[in-house]
Write a protein that binds this ligand. Structure first.
Ligand code: UD1
Length: 343
């Protein structure tokens, strides 16, 4: 089969990167992955092959290594685009070791853009986050809402990277870029072969729920029930990781086929619906039939009260819409967890 073109996916063995790689391959793209396996496992490459029947070429190295990255671009001279996921992403950890976050998330971005310019690779999709909005003044939040002072070094790296991309494009470099501002990705591929696999104790809600349900963790802590939301717990816009992966296909194709109106654009990638922590727990219990052991504890420092996306621009401009329900998200996360632990 003739490939539609070769795409570099950085962080392609990670949670969102692996799901996006599967979608790209199934759409007829050739994928090459660079990952340093700092927060992911090499067996993910086997799983991608099991799902798609095609094994993506895998390069294990760190994007901080400029010389290795230069050799990679030399060897892969015919890339049609880059989708950049590789980054450190734990909010709490970023407060403890900010310099690691600044070096790791910012220098890698600069390395990639410099080499894309050198090797004339023009299309770039960047993994951004709704964290850039902080607690928005108006909900749902649109792309035009002001970027608020970052709550953490992690959040700051997302803001700065958006600016690095925008400034590079506006400088006249031959680069077109899209930043996708993800809301809260959860769920897993329907095959149960790939999913979220945090190392150690999970800091995010969904893996903590699935690990509590299977007995790895004793109890889920609900961080606060005294917010000014209908049931007192925080509200987020949870999006199925496969819906999110599909947004990357339309984004890179918008660049490749020059359907973009501006050389730099950003889009909210969520469902447009907000759900509370208690609603996620209820959905999990309903969709899986498992009772969850949880208790309410104090608020977590740095959490915003509520956020969900206005996705009008993404729906209209990208022709993309999230399709999966919260029950499908919680059930697929559980199926992945069970299948993985049973291996
Ligand atoms: C945060 C970041 C997001 C980032 C993500 C990656 C913000 C606003 N969001 O998402 O940009 O991509 O981390 O790590 O900075 N909760 C519990 N108990 C738990 C865990 C979580 O009650 O054990 C609650 C939290 O209080 C929150 C919700 O569940 O209300 C979701 O939390 P989490 O999954 O950690 O994601 P965010 O903090 O929203």
């Amino acid at each position: 089969m003739n490939s539609k073109g070769k795409i570099l996916v950085t962080g392609g063995t990670g949670f969102i990167g692996s799901h996006t790689t599967v979608e790209l391959i199934q759409q007829g793209y050739e994928v090459v992955i660079i990952d340093n396996l700092s927060n992911s496992e090499e067996f993910v490459i086997d799983r991608i092959e099991q799902i798609t029947g095609i094994r993506p070429k895998f390069y294990e190295f760190d994007l901080l290594d400029f010389n290795k990255l230069d050799s990679f671009f030399k060897e892969n001279s015919n890339l049609v685009g880059v989708i950049h996921f590789a980054a450190a992403k734990a909010v709490g950890e970023s407060v403890q070791i900010p310099l690691h976050y600044y070096r790791n998330n910012l220098v890698t971005m600069v390395n990639l853009l410099e080499l894309m310019i050198k090797y004339k690779v023009t299309n770039f999709v960047f993994s951004s986050s709704c964290t850039v909005y902080g607690q928005p003044d108006e909900l749902p939040v649109t792309e035009n809402a002001p970027v608020k002072p970052a709550e953490s070094p992690y959040g700051y790296t997302k803001q700065v990277n958006e600016n690095i991309l925008k400034d590079t494009i506006h400088s006249g470099a031959d680069i077109k870029g899209i930043a996708l501002r993800y809301f809260n990705p959860i769920g897993a591929h329907h095959s149960g072969l790939i999913g979220e696999l945090p190392r150690g104790v999970p800091s995010n809600l969904m893996p903590f729920i699935t690990q509590t349900a299977n007995g790895l963790r004793e109890q889920l802590s609900v961080f606060g029930d005294d917010y000014t939301t209908p049931d007192g717990s925080c509200i987020r816009d949870y999006i199925h990781v496969v819906d999110l992966a599909k947004a990357h296909i339309v984004a890179i194709e918008r660049l490749i086929y020059a359907k973009n109106k501006n050389n730099y654009e950003m889009f909210n990638i969520g469902t447009g619906n907000g759900f509370s922590v208690f609603e996620v727990i209820k959905s999990f219990e309903k969709s899986t039939g498992k009772k969850l052991n949880y208790k309410v504890v104090a608020r977590r420092a740095g959490d915003i009260e509520q956020i969900w996306a206005d996705t009008t621009i993404a729906n209209q401009e990208l022709g993309w819409k999230a399709e999966k329900t919260l029950d499908e998200m919680t059930l697929s996360a559980w199926q992945w967890e069970q299948k993985y632990r049973a291996k």
